[in-house]
Design a protein around this ligand. Sequence first.
Ligand code: PLP
Length: 391
Amino acid sequence: MSTSSLANNYKRRNLSFKKGIGSFLYSTKGEKYLDFVQGIAVNSLGHANSYLAKKLKAQANKLWHVSNAFIIPEGEKLAKRLTKFTFADSIIFQNSGAEATEAAIKVARKYFYSINKPNKNRIICIKNSFHGRTIAAINASGSKKMTEGFGPKVPGFDHFEFGNHKKLKKLINKNTAAIMVETVLGEGGIKVIPDWCIKELRKLCDKKGILLILDEVQCGIGRTGNFFAFESAKVKPDIVPIAKGIGGGFPIGAVLMTKKVAKGMIPGSHGSTFGGNPLAMTVGNAVLDQILKKGFLSNVRKLSNYFHVELNKIQKQYPKIIKEVRGKGYLIGLQLFFDQTKFIEELMKNKLLTIRAGENVIRILPPLNVKQNEIDLALKIIRKVCKEYKS
Ligand SMILES: *Cc1c(COP(=O)(O)O)cnc(C)c1O
C-alpha cells in the first residue's frame, strides 16, 4: 500500500529526480536518464535552461504578481509578440491547457451571443480526443473514461469519430458554433490530422458560418517544427488554445483569437487571478526569445526529420513489434502491435524516459533544442530494447 498523502489519481512510477539539465534527468538514486517526456511536451527548452533561469531569477527579484486590474507590461509584450507573427489579433492568458480550451469554448459562444445568435452555442469535437480535465473539457473530449462518475453530462458538445467526415457534416446544424479539434491528437495516440483535412475543415467552417478552434496545447509552440502545427496546412483558424510548451516548465496557458471573435470578450466576461502575471509572462517571453531565434525551428525540422527517418528504419527492422512511426517534428509516436507498458518499462531500465498515449503508442517528446548525439543515444536504446524484447 502506498504511504503517500497524495490522492491516487495517478499511477506513479517509483522514480524521483533531484535535478535536470537539458535533455537529462538525474534520479534521487544518482542515475542519469535521457528524458524524452519533458513533462509531456512542456519543457520546450529542456530542464533548467540557463537563459530561462536567468530571466526568471531577475523577474523574481523585481515583481511576481499583480492583479489583471492593472496593466502588466510583460504580458502586453508577450501578447504583442504572439499576435505579430500569427493569425491572432487578441489574447487572454491563463495558467493551463484546460483553462485555455475552456476559454476557447467561452470565446466561441460569446461571439455568437454578441452578434445576436445566442442559440449558436454547440461545439463539435472528435470522440476520445483530449482537451483537458475541467468539467467542460472532459465533456468536449467525449471520453467515457474521463466523464464517468462526474455527474450530469455538460450539454453543448457533439462528437464524431476521427476521420468520419460524413458524421461531422451531419452534426452541423443551426445551433453549431464551432468545430474544435487538436491539430495533432496527442493523448489519443499522436494522430496527425492531414493538411488537406485541416484545409477542408476551414472551408467547411466558412461555408457554414461557424468557427474553427484548433487545440494546439500539445502540438503548438514549435513542437512539430512550425510554431503552430496548423501552419503547414496554410490556414487561419479563429481560436487557438495553447499552453504546455509556451512556459517551458512554468505554468502558462492562453487563448489566441482573431479580432472578430474577441468582440464578445468585454470587461467582466472572463478573467483569471494568476493568468498572465509578471513572473509567468517573463518566462513566456524568454521561451519566445529562444524559439523565434533565426534557424531554431528549421533546426527542429531538420533534426526531427533525421529522427523520423531512423525510427522508420527501426520499424522496418522490427515489423512485428513496431506497427507505425507517427507524428510530426518532435511530437512522435511509436505504435506497437501490443500493449506498450512493458516496452516503456524496458526503455526506462535502459535509461530512456518515454510516455504512453492511446492506441498502444509510445510518445517520444524530446526538448526542441535536443542535440543529435542525444537522439542517437535514444535510437540506440530503442534498437536494443527491440532486439531483446520478449513479449
Ligand atoms: C495537455 C492538454 C490539455 C490540457 O492541459 P492541462 O495543462 O493539463 O490542463 C488540453 N489539450 C491538449 C491537446 C493537451 O494535450
